[in-house]
Design a protein around this ligand. Sequence first.
Ligand SMILES: Cc1ncc(COP(=O)(O)O)c(C=O)c1O
Length: 354
Amino acid sequence: MTLITEPNLDPELVRAALPADWPAPEALGFGQHLGPYLITADHDGSGWSAARILRRDDARLAIASGGLQYGLSVFEGMKAYRAPDGGIHLFRPQMHLRRLQASAARLHLPPVDEALFLRSCMLAVRVHEAMLPPAGRGALYLRPTIHADEEALGLKQAARHRYSVTVTPGSDPQLKSLRMWAEDELIRAAPGGLGAAKTGANYAAGLSGLLRARERGYDDVIWLDAATHRWLGEAGTMNLFVQIGGRLLTPPLDGTILAGVTRDSLLQLARKEGLEVAEQGIGLGQLRTAATSGTLGCAFGCGTASRIVRIQGVGSVHGEIAIPDNGLPERLSERLKAVQEGTAKEHADWRVAC
Ligand SMILES: Cc1ncc(COP(=O)(O)O)c(C=O)c1O
C-alpha cells in the first residue's frame, strides 16, 4: 500500500513564506500560527487512501457533513520537540495513537493505523520544520483529526471520512499558578458518556464552565462528578494531581476523564522518584480538610499544551481552599521537560525520531 504521495514538498518553501515579523519563540503563544499545509487522507469505507499534502487554504469542509453537524470527529494533541543535538522527535506518539483509536471506536469512526499515523505526523513536522522553535524554547503541536466527511444530513455512520494533521508552533509553557473554580451546576461528562474520548462534544460542553469560572474571577474550571458534585474530575484541558499526606493522588480513569499522556508520564516519573502515587478518587471535602489540617502538599494540572500548572486555590460554593506549594510541581515540570526535549537520557523510548 502506498502510504504517502507527494512526500517531497520542500520545507524551504515554508521557511521562505514565514513573514518578516515572525514572532520569537517566547511570543508564539499557543495555537495562533497554523502551518500552511495539512497532511490528509480519505476513507471511502474500504480503507484509507495514501496521504497527501494539501495547502490548508485549499482544504474543503463539507457544511452538511457528520463531522460538523453531529460532532462526529475525534482528535489528538501531541508535540514534536527539537533536541539539543538538532534532531527532531515526537513525544509518545504510540500512546497518542492508542487514544485516537479508542476515541474513534467510541464514535464509530474508522481508526488510522500506526504506519499512517507515524508517517503523516513525521511528514507534517518535516514540512513545517522552519516553524519549530529551537531546543528548549517551544515545540510544534500536532492536531491529528478524523472526521465524518460525507455530505448528507441524518445521524448515521458516514460513508466517507477524512484524516488530517494540522500543526501549530507554540512557546515553551511557563510554570503558571492558577485559581480554579469547582463547577457544581453544569456537568461535562457522566459515566457511560464521552468523557474519555477526545472529541469536540466535551469541549463544547466545557466552554460555558470555563467562562463561568472566569466571570467569577478564576482562571479555569474543575469539573466534578455528575451525580454528587463531590469528586474532582479534570480541568478544561488538563488532568489533576493533588498531594495529601505525602501521597500523590490523581483521579482514576473511570471513563469520565481523558487518559492524559502527561498524566501517565508524571505517574511514571513520580514513581521512579520514589514518591507514593495512587489513582484514586479525591473529594472536594477531603481537599478542604487536608488544607485545614496542614497535610496538603500541593495541587497541579497537567497536559500536553501547558505541561504543568500549579493550582494555588480552588473556589466553590462552599468557599475558597488555599493550596500550598511545596515545590513538587516545579520539580516534576523540569523533569518532564527534560524527558520531553531529550536533555535527559531516561525514557528514550518515549521519543520517536522524525
Ligand atoms: C479534557 C482534557 N483532559 C486532559 C488533557 C491532558 O491530556 P494530555 O496530557 O494527553 O495532553 C487534555 C489535553 O489534551 C484535555 O483536553
